[in-house]
Design a protein around this ligand. Sequence first.
Ligand SMILES: N[C@@H](CCC(=O)N[C@@H](CS)C(=O)NCC(=O)O)C(=O)O
Length: 205
Amino acid sequence: MADLLLYGHPDSGHACKVALALSLAGLAHRTTWVDMWAPADSRPAEFLANSPFAEVPLLLIDGRPFVQSGAILLEIAQRFQCLGGDTPEGLQRARELMVWEANRIGMCLPQLKEARRVKGEGYPAGAITWLTHRWHVDRQRFGQWLGDAAFFHGDRPGVGDCAIWGYVQWLPEAGVEPTDEMLGWIARMRALPGMKSPTEMFPNG
Ligand SMILES: N[C@@H](CCC(=O)N[C@@H](CS)C(=O)NCC(=O)O)C(=O)O
């Protein structure tokens, strides 16, 4: 069995995506809490040596570093033949969802959430309106991707679901409303036996 060490923080939806995938796939792993709000140079030396932008998530697989949440999810799916990575169709779906999420929901929701945290400070005039317009498109496309399926990968969740969960778990914090399809999917995700809260994923200490 591979040795898996995930660096992350409960406030990072990007890190939660990876922690969720490891948990849903039942892959034993260790986590290290990294203070993403503290100055970068105060973070653990092993983390700084392996994460080029000092960002979480960082996954070490047998000591080899993997960064960028979507790329890490694809690595997990393919290497461990899980969460959609066990068929060519599942992998194609995973790649398509990964790129969509990173370009759309994963660009929009983290910014809307952060803007609320800092009460808009530092966000230029019009930025929130622009992000909110984008969100309304993303909301509708979420339903198009999902169709009538329970999860984005069909009857069972895959790495695409993990990617989308990263920030869709925090819609109230981002100040946006879910669609009915989203509410149904969120409820199904929360009911999964491997689901964990962000602080359960990354306990501090
Ligand atoms: N594109 C990256 C984004 C990672 C990212 O933005 N990480 C943030 C937390 S959500 C971080 O580490 N911020 C701390 C910093 O930049 O100092 C991914 O998908 O993994």
